[in-house]
Ligand binder design. Structure first.
Ligand code: ASP
Ligand code: MG
Length: 408
């Protein structure tokens, strides 16, 4: 007998029929003898609807009050699932985040979990009940209702699994696992049966929007095996777990990409100590997050400095740098918000040479110019013109033979 935490996302509880299907799935899991804690999201579209209502009064709305409004979405689904389970003769208890005491800090709309009281849940489980918990929410020490950021139900589920030392945290969603890349771009993209935390973090942060990235960080920190599955199609899904040292690693696990990037270049930057700090401190003060950074080798006492930011921050960052250019002694500021980042990710590249050359050759064969390159131990990323994104992803997927079953 195992303790399993299951999380059902918005589309999985999007209608009365879907909630009934979830209740049936819960019953089937219980029939296998497992203890079960179920975390649910709001019905699909509901959080957006509530957000829109709040914004009709003020944009942005007061964040404490917004959290009071947004948490109602999940409160509806826990109650409905509780009713559906009881109607099937399955003892169930639903709880809001505040009721189970998922204690968070007071950062409304993006709170972080501080502690979870597992005793009441354990007591219910001991009585044979299925415990249904509202995702995405908690309560601060003063009793204010908080939310964990969009997509936060994933984090609720993983945090509960960690607190309860569950055997597995299963995330039911509308896709049947994590793929080698987006199947809308590469039709023969393959579902991965297993991927390790580090790879998933690199792929999630690069835009594989299957899981909230914080939930993967949490799972990795507390070693909670995570499984992504479809609530529509039967199948084993993808297990996200620590690296399996007994198995040979596939060279590359996936091709991730991100179109939300923009690039800023400072031309003719004085080549002296402290200049990178000055540029980036200004950018950080404006609350703009920087991703890739490249500085060229100095010549004639000056150098070029390029970095990327989220596309939403592009105008703000460009304006800021243009204002500061003369003070920094920079000759020219250039920008481009029509870029995209493509990355190859895989644990196997730690022990294999030649990944970069295979990658660059595949892009060259398609006539795609590489504007920036950055690497980490298990990832190589390039920035290219946005118009080559899909072509580049396809070329790389083929170059690393990711369509071949048994590749991993
Ligand atoms: N309902 C929230 C959202 O739409 C939380 C979640 O579904 O994970 O972001
Ligand atoms: Mg989600």
């Amino acid at each position: 007998m195992a303790l399993i935490v299951q999380k059902y996302g918005g589309t999985s509880v999007g209608s009365v029929e879907r909630i009934s299907a979830v209740a049936d799935k819960v019953l089937a899991t219980r029939a296998q003898g497992h203890d079960l804690v179920v975390v649910v999201s709001a019905m699909s579209g509901e959080t957006d609807r509530l957000l829109k209502l709040a914004k009709s009064f003020a944009d942005p709305p007061n964040s404490r009050e917004l959290d009071v409004v947004l948490t109602t979405g999940e409160q509806v689904t826990i109650g409905l699932l509780g009713i559906a389970l009881e109607a099937r003769g399955c003892p169930a208890r639903s709880y809001t985040g505040a009721q189970v005491r998922i204690v968070t800090d007071s950062a409304f709309t993006k709170a972080r979990i501080v502690s979870i009281d597992d005793k009441p849940i354990r007591a219910d489980l001991a009585l044979g009940r299925v415990v249904v918990v509202a995702g995405f929410q908690g309560v601060d020490v003063e009793g204010n209702i908080t939310t964990l950021g969009r997509g936060g139900s994933d984090t609720t589920a993983v945090a509960l699994a960690a607190a309860l030392k569950a055997n597995e945290c299963q995330i039911y969603t509308d896709v049947d696992g994590v793929y080698t890349t987006d199947p809308r771009i590469v039709p023969d993209a393959r579902r991965l049966s297993r991927v390790c935390f580090e790879e998933m973090l690199e792929m999630a942060s690069l835009g594989s929007k299957v899981l909230q990235i914080r939930s993967v960080e949490f799972a990795s920190k507390y070693n909670v095996p995570l499984r992504v599955l479809s609530s529509f199609i039967e199948g084993p899904g993808t297990l996200i777990a620590p690296e399996d040292k007994t198995m040979e690693q596939a060279l590359i696990s996936g091709i991730a990409f991100n179109r939300d990037e923009a690039k800023l270049t400072l031309v003719g930057v004085p080549d002296r100590p402290g200049i990178a700090y000055q540029i980036l401190a200004d950018v950080a003060d404006a609350n703009v997050e920087v991703d890739m950074i490249i500085q060229n080798i100095g010549a004639d006492g000056t150098t070029d400095f390029t970095f990327t930011v989220h596309r939403n921050d592009y105008k703000k960052a460009l304006q800021l740098l243009q204002e500061r250019a003369s003070k920094l002694g920079v000759r020219e500021v250039r920008g481009d918000n029509r870029i995209a980042k493509i990355s190859v990710v895989g644990l196997g590249m730690r022990s294999h040479a030649g990944v970069a050359s295979t990658m660059f050759k595949a892009l060259a064969n398609e006539g795609i110019n590489i504007q920036m390159i950055s690497t980490s131990e298990i990832k190589i990323s390039v920035v290219v013109d946005e118009k080559y994104l899909e072509l580049g992803v396809r070329a790389l997927h083929a170059a690393f033979h990711l369509e071949e079953a048994g590749q991993k």
